[in-house]
Design a binder for this molecule. Structure first.
Ligand code: NAP
Length: 298
């Protein structure tokens, strides 16, 4: 299939790699062209503009930072919706509020195309292996059209309702996970006086009933951070702050209080204020155990 991918950041590049490996003809566009270059070297074609990308593809995947990025990529004279998009299938995978996906779907439908939203759980590694968990929002007919391609990107896809439902589900599933990083940092600040080796401490945490599935993969990275090392970012602290802000905004619009998520965001804002915005999420518990939890005013 001719697939276009707009946004070759960490996730978009991993998905492009997966779809190239599955034998698709992949065309890519990224605002900063340098990030698309390794994919071109791996066999993808580069499009000069979002509109040119759409002209070359039957299905167009977008996975971008936030709602402003979606607006920038889809709108404008050379945006994804600028040309003739009749009959095209757009698959929007960014983590944003449901209202952003619903507003986009209206614009896409008005141009005679279809939109399936499918934000995902899982990070760069699972994306490269086609093992994401997709939360799809779409009409039944549009979902049926997107399902084969989604099945190549995801180990499991749940069609949870019309456009907007996928975003609601994605925000919901991320909340306990993101709060957990802070809870783990606080727990580690209690265990720290024992002076145990970080790898051993994380191995113990990962083997207990309080551990989320995430720790099975990320415990070694957290141990590395506790030992003073660093790991390349897969999900950075700024991205987590964006997700928490999105959840809190959504909760507010629903009249639902999210006090734990709100407090976690304040703690992560402090981490970003201490220069950790671009650090991998596994730095957060180590930061709190070592520094964040020690300052008098925290
Ligand atoms: N990382 C993960 O593990 C993970 C997992 C699940 C879901 N997600 C979600 O997936 C989305 C992408 O995450 P990521 O980790 O791939 O982020 P990333 O590496 O920071 O990539 C963000 C992408 O958005 C583009 N972008 C940002 N602002 C733009 C604008 N105004 N106009 C056009 N393009 C713009 C960036 O282009 P430039 O390169 O030009 O900046 C880049 O292609 C986010 O919504 C995130 O919450 C991420």
């Amino acid at each position: 299939m001719n697939v276009g991918i707009a946004g070759t950041g960490r996730m978009g590049a991993a998905i492009a790699t997966r779809l190239l490996g599955q034998g698709h003809a992949v065309t890519v566009w990224n605002r900063s062209p340098a990030k698309a270059a390794p994919l071109v070297a791996a066999g993808a074609k580069a499009a000069d503009s979002p509109a040119a990308l759409v002209a070359a593809a039957e299905a167009i995947i977008t996975i971008l930072t936030d709602a402003a990025a979606i607006d920038a990529a889809y709108s404008g004279p050379s945006g994804l919706l600028a040309g003739d998009v009749t009959g095209k299938l757009f698959i929007e995978m960014s983590t944003v509020r449901p209202e952003a996906e619903r507003a986009l779907a209206e614009k896409v439908r008005a141009k005679g195309a279809a939109l399936v939203e499918c934000p995902v759980g899982g990070t760069v590694g699972p994306a490269k292996e086609g093992k994401l968990f997709g939360f799809a929002g779409a009409s039944d007919a549009d979902f049926a059209r997107a399902k084969p391609l989604l099945g190549e990107m995801c180990r499991r896809v749940e069609h949870v309702g019309p456009v907007g439902a996928g975003a609601s589900m994605k925000l919901a599933i991320n909340l306990p996970l993101l709060v957990y990083y802070q809870a783990l940092g606080e727990a580690l600040s209690l265990a720290r006086p024992l002076g145990l080796e970080p790898a051993r401490v994380m191995d113990i945490f990962a083997d207990t009933s309080g551990a989320p599935a995430m720790l099975k993969n990320r415990a070694p990275s957290i141990a590395t951070q506790l030992a003073g090392g660093s790991v390349p970012p897969t999900v950075d602290v700024d991205n987590i702050r964006k997700d928490l802000r999105t959840m809190i905004d959504e909760g507010r619009s629903l009249g639902v209080a999210l006090p734990v998520a709100s407090r976690a965001l304040e703690c992560y804002d402090r981490a970003a204020g201490d220069g950790l915005g671009g650090a991998d999420c596994t730095k957060l518990p180590a930061y709190w155990a070592e520094r964040g939890g020690r300052a008098k005013d925290r």
